[in-house]
Ligand binder design. Structure first.
Ligand SMILES: C[S@@+](CC[C@H](N)C(=O)[O-])C[C@H]1O[C@@H](n2cnc3c(N)ncnc32)[C@H](O)[C@@H]1O
Length: 233
């Protein structure tokens, strides 16, 4: 874990936290659909699986669609719309690599919605790519290459980093790819902690991969990215 983690709002007592009992929701689940969680996604394929799993299977058999990791039971919901749960009714919300797929204003509204639906003591945990790490890597490659004589440089290393930014992160038009594929914002610890705090969460802080107030976080957390957790007061 990066040194930026150390001592920065990390809650050493996470493991002993008593999470309220109740519904646990995995927002923007993609292919990660653990049992005992309500798995929610807004993609077209999630819609098909939620409304016509038989038709999905048929289209796969006819080779008109590729097999999907979505399973029946998935809840289709566009996270830009209000969450479909009552106030104070949800025990935990996890979102892995999702908030960066929303415009900042949509993410702000959604974070507020998470506070609304969580019960007192309920936990919101967000995992997003770390903008700081991305640009630090860019600067490291740049400095390594700059230190070489021009004829010995590997410009493709920089091309590849820049390509990742434009192809996967922001500006290329989506075309036929899912609307949720492209990143629309880039976070760092300061922004993400601020977002959760301003939305009314308490004890907001960066957390290590796998360390959480949510006991079974291991069943759905896949990326050791920037992770921030907060508690509904
Ligand atoms: C990078 S995937 C992350 C999947 C999974 N959570 C993980 O940790 O690997 C982002 C997911 O967010 C979903 N998504 C993006 N924008 C969304 C929106 N507005 N509403 C609902 N789901 C959305 C996409 O369909 C996609 O499945």
């Amino acid at each position: 874990m990066s040194t930026a983690m150390e001592g920065l709002g990390r809650d050493a007592g996470s493991a002993s936290y008593l999470l309220p009992r109740g519904l646990r929701v995995n927002l923007g689940c993609g292919p990660v659909m653990p049992k005992n969680w309500m798995n929610v996604d807004g993609s077209r394929r999630a819609w098909l699986m939620a409304h016509g799993a038989g038709l999905d299977r048929l289209l796969v058999r006819l080779k008109l669609l590729r097999a999907t990791a979505f399973r029946p039971g998935i809840v289709h919901h566009d996270l830009r719309r209000p969450l479909p749960w009552a106030n104070d009714s949800v025990a935990a919300i996890y979102a892995g690599e999702v908030w960066e797929h929303l415009e900042y204003e949509d993410a702000r509204r959604l974070t507020n919605e998470c506070r609304r639906v969580l019960m007192k003591g309920g936990v919101l945990r967000l995992c997003v790519p770390d903008g700081v790490e991305f640009w630090e890597n860019y600067l490291t490659i740049f400095r390594e290459e700059q230190a070489l004589e021009p004829a010995k440089r590997h410009v493709e290393r920089l091309h590849s980093h820049v390509r990742m930014y434009f192809d996967d992160i922001c500006t290329r038009p989506p075309g036929l790819k899912s609307f949720g594929h492209f990143h629309k914002w880039q976070y760092d610890e300061v922004q993400l902690v601020d977002l959760c705090t301003r939305s009314g969460f308490k004890d907001v802080g960066r957390q290590a991969f796998g360390v959480s107030r949510i006991p079974d976080i291991g069943v759905l957390e896949r990326s050791n990215f920037l992770i921030v957790e907060g508690v509904k007061p």
